[in-house]
Write a protein that binds this ligand. Structure first.
Ligand SMILES: [Zn+2]
Length: 137
């Protein structure tokens, strides 16, 4: 007759990195090396700091632009957009206006195409966007 002893061992689970890829948690891009991800994030940081040459807009101009943006986004996005997954809203604007509002949230910039992209994802994205645009309700 064999006895079964049951031991309780405090267990620490160390996540094994089986996937050797590094992911940008904003745009989801995958990189093979940490260095490549770091470089990507450095480039992104540059998009948000390079444009000291742009006009500084008066506060109320920025505010008015935000009001227009909120209106535009609400018109373009259906109410239930959160269930619809990724949504893209393209907004024609001047570079100064866009930069004034979305600085620090710019994730992609193309000089040749003159396109800026901001990516908002995850649970807090709605709140972040609301804060940027000073949305009420
Ligand atoms: Zn990214």
């Amino acid at each position: 007759m064999s006895q079964t002893a049951v031991f309780t061992i405090p267990l620490t689970i160390i996540p094994m990195i089986t996937d050797s890829r590094f992911e940008c948690n904003i745009c989801g891009k995958l990189f093979k090396k940490r260095g490549e991800l770091t470089r990507h994030l450095n480039v992104v940081a540059k998009y948000n700091s390079l444009h000291s040459d742009l006009d500084t807009l008066p506060e109320n101009t920025i505010h008015q632009f935000k009001v227009i943006l909120v209106h535009y986004i609400r018109k373009r996005l259906p109410k239930e957009y959160r269930q619809l997954g990724k949504q893209t809203v393209s907004i024609p604007t001047t570079e100064s206006q866009f930069y004034a509002v979305f600085k620090n949230h710019i994730h992609y910039y193309s000089v040749t195409k003159d396109i800026y992209k901001c990516i908002f994802c995850g649970d807090s994205s709605n709140q972040v966007l609301s804060n940027i645009l000073e949305m009420q309700g």
